[in-house]
Ligand binder design. Structure first.
Ligand code: GDP
Ligand code: CA
Length: 315
């Protein structure tokens, strides 16, 4: 048997984390490096929150809240409940132990340490063997432009406003002038396989690729690049990818996401339910295959990760 490949995964939050949970069973966890979106990062309650970094960390640690897909299993919300009683807005539901992660991050940032080093420390404290790299250490807030000239931070759009449908465009300009995080370009260049996780293409993968140098590094890398569709049967499994894809003028389908990834990916995995789109994806110049991609449990995620690597490596 050939040795396990080194895999770099471009990752958002929940969809990516579910996939990574399978990937680290398909190959040794230390062979995986996740490059994670920080476009959702924002200060809440005086602390620096990194939603996607923490979702990936907690999921790989087996500590994620199973139903919500974010936050820690069994966490309480005493702090934000008490803040609410004092008149604070508490629409961002940060649990107590989850708050500790962000409090630690904030203190370390104030002490002059970098987000990548802090993230590495947190994942080790949670017993995660997989390397987790922020896409950038610079602030990269994603903004959503809505009808009527309203402009909101992505977390305001999602968590406060409930992801309305009147998206006119998405503003990734801060990511577009950020520097790649430590180790990001090196990991991409060294990879044997690059996976674009089943994440929101617009606000999770989009920001990572918007950081100058990252898209070119992926295209220039020797490794095959394989994407996994986050859209099944014309709808996202969870979250507002449909509204954001429509907002940027893309089709809400496996094929529509493949079109966005056509210049980037060599291969693409779509769900069995979207078998009728396989020819269209192949016509984009992608090697493609269908399989079960709805990751109901860790075994489906494992099988999906294996099929994804096989397609990438043409095995
Ligand atoms: P977020 O930052 O938490 O929104 O997470 P991501 O950007 O990583 O993931 C959101 C995307 O993951 C959505 O478009 C979902 O459709 C997709 N997703 C979530 N679970 C699954 C799954 O089991 N299978 C597939 N194929 N996509 C999924
Ligand atoms: Ca996210």
């Amino acid at each position: 048997m050939s040795p396990a490949p080194e895999v770099v995964a471009l990752a958002g939050g929940v969809g990516a984390a579910r996939f990574l949970r399978g990937l680290v069973r398909a190959i040794p966890p230390r062979n995986v490096t996740a490059i994670v979106n920080t476009g959702d990062d924002r200060e809440f309650y005086g602390v620096h929150v990194s939603p996607d970094l923490d979702i990936v960390t907690y999921t790989l640690a087996g500590a994620i809240h199973p139903e919500r897909g974010y936050g820690l299993a069994g966490d309480t919300t005493h702090v934000i409940d008490a803040l609410g009683a004092l008149g604070h807005e508490t629409w961002f539901r940060l649990g107590d132990r989850d708050l500790a992660t962000s409090l630690h991050r904030t203190q370390a940032l104030r002490a002059g340490r970098g987000l990548a080093e802090i993230c590495d420390e947190v994942r080790r404290a949670y017993g995660v063997e997989t390397r987790i790299l922020p896409m950038s250490e610079d602030p990269c807030p994603t903004f959503v432009n809505l009808s009527g000239g309203r402009r909101v931070h992505f977390e305001e759009y999602l968590a406060r406003d409930g992801a309305p449908d009147d998206v006119e465009s998405v503003d990734l300009s801060d990511a577009g002038s950020a520097r790649p995080g430590p180790g990001v370009l090196e990991a991409i260049a060294r990879a044997d396989v690059i996976v674009v996780c089943p994440s929101n293409p617009v606000v999770s993968i989009g920001p990572i690729l918007a950081v100058p140098g990252v898209r070119d590094a992926v295209i220039d890398a020797a490794a095959p690049v394989v994407g996994v569709s986050p859209i099944i049967g014309g709808a996202p499994v969870k979250g507002p990818a449909d509204r954001l894809l429509r907002g940027i003028g893309a089709e809400v389908s496996a094929r529509g996401v493949a079109r966005l990834y056509a210049g980037l990916c060599d291969a693409y995995v779509l769900d069995e339910r979207d078998r009728d789109q396989l020819d269209d994806v192949v016509a984009l110049g992608l090697r493609a295959r269908t399989t079960e991609t709805l990751m109901r449990d860790a075994d489906v995620a494992l099988a999906l990760a294996r099929r994804t690597l096989e397609l990438a490596l043409d095995r």
